[in-house]
Design a protein around this ligand. Sequence first.
Ligand code: APR
Ligand code: ZN
Ligand code: ZN
Length: 361
Amino acid sequence: MQQVKAVIARAEGAPVEIVTITVPDPGPGEAVVRVQACGVCHTDLHYREGGINDEFPFLLGHEASGIVEAVGPGVTEVEPGDFVVLNWRAVCGQCRACRRAEPWYCFNTHNAKQKMTLEDGTELTPALGIGAFAEKTLVAAGQCTKVDPSARPAAVGLLGCGVMAGIGAAVNTGGVTRGKSVAVIGCGGVGAAAIAGSALAGANPIIAVDIDAKKLATATRLGATHTVDSSATDPVAAIQELTGGFGADVVIEAVGRPETWKQAFYARDLAGTVVLVGVPTPQMRIPDLPLIDVFGRGGALKSSWYGDCLPSRDFPMLVDLYQRGKLDLDVFVSEEIALTDVEAAFNRMQRGEVLRSVVIL
Ligand code: APR
Ligand code: ZN
Ligand code: ZN
């Protein structure tokens, strides 16, 4: 075992703390990773606010890349020295989703069996089974996805959560392909990634909708062909107008609110697809949606968990596209910060000032 510095949330709503934690040596099927970069995501804040569960203290951080330091018995997929992006979908191969050849829905994903602890032995709950606001972390070996070691750690680590969620919402869940019309409502880190994914797939037009002009400017840089400021313009009418009066083939909701989901629903063409990738709270309701509109418009109303990604398939491919200049991941790194800056980064994230703050270790 070894002692390292890490960021934890000790109690609901309390500011995060930097503490010393104990990381066990890897057991069977486990790996210890020396973290190089880890993005700050809304889910880290949700853990801290008690919005996910009450298994405090949480070891925060989960959008990370790093170098495998040690592996436990029986580990064959990675070895010490490998550069990896951490994932929270280490598929089991045996659950009902895996057995029907849909492993991106795996219902029984692997995490480390042993627990990291505080110095007094209190067990930590790692965010999304990762816990990477830490100099080193213990994960299941399957959570380590090898990628091109010459890639920039801060940029490719973001594929571990939000950026993958957005790209996958478009390409995997939404089935965006060449020539399809796409609208993305909400162009923060996740929505901007959905724009980038749609551009990669050859969609046209690609309509970015947000209430923040800065986010719309970034969306244009990532491949949006049109922008709509929905604080000033009705986004449903604007999307219809930009698509010959019909609506978009695929509309991606990346805010996580009933009113924006309803905009997505009505901004879609007949037989089109709505993808919900924004995460609602348990209290949210969709008021007054006529069932005849659900039936009469046909198509598909989908949710996207982690972009329906398969890390072993998607991470190395997307890193290669980044390395070849086809996918701009650097634009998502708004700032590089220290482990001591996570609380301040939560504030900037809530004020909408960043796509991602990334902790560099
Ligand atoms: N209409 C359009 N855009 C909106 C609206 C609205 N009514 N309200 C907020 N937005 C925009 C914000 O301006 C911001 O650009 O939505 C974007 C949200 O982005 P971020 O706060 O950066 O969040 P992000 O990391 O992209 O995650 C989006 O996905 O993973 C979930 O929990 C996450 O629900 C959140 C969503
Ligand atoms: Zn499975
Ligand atoms: Zn996340």
